[in-house]
Write a protein that binds this ligand. Sequence first.
Ligand code: AN7
Length: 393
Amino acid sequence: MPREEYVLVCISCGESYPREEVVYRCRRCGDLLEARISPGGVFRLDTLIGRVHSMWRYRELLPSFFNRIVSLGEGYTTLVKADKLAKVVGVREFYVKLEGLNPTGSFKDRGMSVGVSMACMIGAKSVVCASTGNTSASLAAYAARAGLECQVYIPEGKIAWGKLFQARMFGAKIYQVAGSFDDALKRVMARGGEDAYILNSVNPWRIEGQKTAAFELWEQMGGKTDYVVALPVGNSGNIAAYWKGFKELQEHGLINDTPRLVGVQAEGASPIAEMLTRGLESLPDWPNPETIATAIRIGRPINWKKGVRAIRDSGGTAVKARDEEILDALRLLATTEGIATEPAGATPIAGVKKLVEEGWLGRDEKVICIATGNMLKDTNEALVSWNKPQKGD
Ligand code: AN7
C-alpha cells in the first residue's frame, strides 16, 4: 500500500509548508495551520478488527513517516451508555466517552503521542507548552518516555493539584506565570519555540492525534453518525480535531452525514459561545476568565477560528454553563451512572441539559458527551460542596 502524504496548509490563504517544517503560524498571513493528509488507503469497520487497542489502530489516517512512535497506549477509550441519565436529561439515548482513561488521564495524550513523535523526528531536544494543567501533565509524560527535556508554563495557583503533581512527577521544569493561561501561552509563543518545540494545540500535529476520537465514536457506534457530540471548549483545539476526524471519514466515503458538534464553555470563560450566540464576526475580548473548571479557564482560545468553523459547519451550536450548573452535572453523572470526571469534563452534560430545556435538542436525539479528564486530577474539596458540614452536625 502506498504511504500517506502530509503537508501543512494555512487555513486562510492556503500557503503550504513541508510536513517537517517547524512553523506554528502561516508566514504569509499569520493564520493557523492544518496538517493535510492524502492517505494511501483507508480502514473500514471490518479491517479494524484485531488491531492494536490504541488510537494507532487508525494508522491509515495518521502519520507513518516517524522514525519512532512515542506511545503509552493512548486512545480506544470506553464509551458508556447512560440510560438513567438519558431519562433524567430527557433524550432518547445518552453516551459518555471516558477520555479520563487515557494514560495520563485526559484526551491530551492522543495529541501528545503524535506531537512528541514529531518532536523526535525533527531532532528537538526540548519541548514546551503553556497549560491549564492537563497539557502539561501529558507533555511531561510523553517527553519523559521520549527522553526529551520538558518545560511547562502554568497560571500561578490556578491549576488542579493532581495535574501539577503529574508534571512534577514526570520531571518537567515548571514555570508559574502571574496571570491566566492566556498570559502563559503568550509567553511561550513570544519565545517562538527557538529553544524548544511548542506543543500547544496551535501545533497542528496535536490535532492529528486528537482527531482519532472521532474515528473511535464512528467505530463504537457501529459506523453511524446519527448523534450529537458535546464537548467542553477551552482553546477549541479538541472540537476542531473531532470535526477534522469526521470530515476525513466523510471524504473517504466511510460516512455520508457528519454529527452536529456542540461546544460548551464555562460562563466566566465563554468568548466562543458569546461570539456565536451574538452573531459576532470575531472573538470578543475576555481579559479575566474565571471558572471552577480550571482546565477551560481560557479567555483567548488560540484555535478559535478552527473551533468556530467546526461548530458552524457541523450545524452545531455553542452554549454556556454556570459553575453551579457544571457541578450539578458532575454530581448527576456520578450519582446516576457511577461515572465521574473533572469539572471541565462535566460541562457538556450541563450544556446538553440546557439545550434540551431550550428545545434545541429534541427528545428523540442521541447525544454523546465527552468526559475529557479523570475525576482524580481535581479533588479540591471545595467542589464537593454538598458534603459541607451542615449547621448542627
Ligand atoms: C479536561 O491543559 O488547555 O478546547 O492547557 O483539560 O482543546 O482547549 C486543557 C483543555 C477540555 C478544552 N477538557 O480543550 C490545557 C488545556 C479538559 C481540558 C479542555 C481541556 P480545548
